[in-house]
Design a protein around this ligand. Structure first.
Ligand code: NDP
Length: 451
């Protein structure tokens, strides 16, 4: 980057940091996007004159609220509730809800900011938002989770709606939580509408929505590999996480002929050199989704695998890595180890799983690196398809939704190539996703005036 651009970037970031102190993940997400955009905006001054970037880093609205609830023993608990309505230039706010004890304003603002670009890349009419709570569903009974969700929605319902803001799931918010949230919304509003996505199939959900993020991440990896006349067939794949995204990434990777050798959770990871085939995956799904157990239990069932406590899976040699757990889960040192051991494809199922230093390492080594806002956009794309089906009051078949998802992931890949291909032929997917996501939102903001 030239010194002029660097100065502009530093000046811009200094203001963002001063206005949003201590929101480190938000600073990180903004820095990455603005670094890609500054040269592009210099060549297209209509965006700088209208201060589009300055407007984009300021959420349209931030809602903060108290969530009181009582546990099974009658003890009272108070959590924080949030909804960040970041940008509605191209459609209603859209983005997940995260329930995790680490949730804070900075994390949700980073996620909402990323969501704006991601949603734009999907080609569907969705603005960006994100929300959640510092509530920890782990170890809570179903009744406790239900009471919490009802209390959360009792405030949130007045701010959302099918044409205003349509939340979905994220970490800690799966089918069970969406059900309780939807039930309370319906009760308060007395209307049955598509206000949330990720709903059950019997009550307005879309087939393939649970699978979509993981499947999409694998489709994106396959598209990247195609640019080098290669494929996932026969590749050794490491995956982190063992939740929704990790599970379906494993399933699709198996279908493409890859061999998935790791999964993890916040306590440690398992390494199964023989591969986590569909039968073993079915066990993991039961363990995580029904029993709500820990990934360490895998080695009791499959003793040829080993469990490493307190570590992440990136020391295990692989050609393809799919980080599917959480933000900043691959640092510079881990990125170097991955590449040293032969990894040349990273497709991010999680949001911002690589630190900026790790991303530098990927770009220096010119590996195939698909950043989350492109590679994990399959989830929100299928949420968009769920909204369409709700509006039309129809439901598409599995094959139809999957085919649409696959096409969208290919289109996102094309957009990244269009905006990210360098003169030497290397595809910088970071620039491609950031610029590709920016243009549509920025043009809509210009057209709609100063709002
Ligand atoms: P889940 O709650 O289903 O699973 C999350 C997994 O990541 C669990 O295995 C969890 O382990 C692990 N994890 C969570 N926090 C940490 C942490 N701090 N350190 C280590 N491991 C952690 O969530 P999802 O699978 O839905 O989401 C995973 C990622 O994908 C997130 O970054 C999310 O934002 C992103 N994403 C999700 C989409 C979706 O459709 N669900 C869409 C696009 C992106 P444990 O059980 O121990 O908590």
């Amino acid at each position: 980057m030239s010194t002029i651009y660097e100065k502009k970037l530093n000046d811009f970031m200094a203001k963002v940091i001063a206005k949003n102190p201590s929101e480190v993940e938000f600073h990180q997400a903004v820095h990455e996007v603005v670094e890609s955009l500054i040269p592009f905006i210099e060549e297209n001054p209509q965006y700088s004159e209208a201060k589009i970037l300055e407007r984009m880093v300021e959420p349209e609205r931030v809602i903060l609220f108290r969530v009181p609830w009582a546990d099974d023993k009658g003890e009272v608990h108070i959590n924080k509730g949030y909804r960040i309505e970041m940008n509605s230039a191209i459609g209603p706010y859209k983005g997940g809800l995260r329930f995790h004890p680490t949730v804070n304003l900075g994390i949700l603002k980073f996620l909402a900011f990323e969501q704006v670009y991601k949603n734009s890349l999907t080609t569907l009419p969705m603005g960006g938002g994100k929300g959640g709570s510092d509530f920890d569903p782990k170890g809570k009974s179903d009744f406790e989770v239900m009471r919490f969700c009802q209390s959360f929605m009792t405030e949130l319902f007045r701010h959302i709606g099918p044409n205003t803001d349509v939340p979905a799931g994220d970490i800690g918010v799966g089918g069970r939580e969406i059900g309780y949230l939807f039930g309370q919304y319906k009760r308060l509003r007395n209307e049955f509408t598509g206000v949330l996505t990720g709903k059950g199939i019997e009550w307005g959900g879309s087939l393939i929505r649970p699978e979509a993020t993981g499947y999409g991440t694998v489709y994106f990896a396959e598209e990247m590999l195609k640019t080098r006349n290669d494929s996932l067939k026969g590749k050794t794949i490491t995956i982190s996480g063992s939740g929704n995204v990790a599970q379906y990434a494993t399933q699709k990777a198996n279908e493409f002929g890859g061999k998935v050798v790791t999964l993890s959770d916040s306590n440690g990871f398992i390494h199964d050199p023989e591969g986590i085939d569909d039968e073993k995956l079915a066990y993991v799904m039961h363990l995580k989704n029904i029993k709500r157990g820990r990934i360490s239990e895998y080695v009791e069932k499959y003793p040829n695998a080993n469990y490493v406590d307190g570590e992440r899976p990136w020391s295990v040699p692989c050609e393809v890595a799919l980080p599917c757990a959480t933000q900043n889960e691959i640092n510079e040192e881990e990125a170097r180890i991955l590449i040293k051991n032969g990894c040349f494809v990273i497709s991010e199922g999680a949001n911002m799983p690589s630190t900026p230093e790790a991303v530098e390492v990927y770009l220096e080594n010119k590996i195939l690196y698909g950043p989350g806002k492109a590679a994990n956009a399959g989830g929100v794309s299928t949420s968009g398809l769920e909204m369409t089906q709700n509006s039309m009051r129809i439901s598409w078949t599995r094959e139809e939704v999957d085919a649409r998802l696959h096409t969208i992931m290919k289109d996102i890949h094309e957009t990244c190539v269009k905006y990210g291909k360098q003169e030497d032929g290397f595809i910088n997917y970071v620039n491609g996703a950031n610029i590709g996501g920016f243009v549509k939102v920025a043009d809509a903001m210009l057209a709609q005036g100063l709002v």
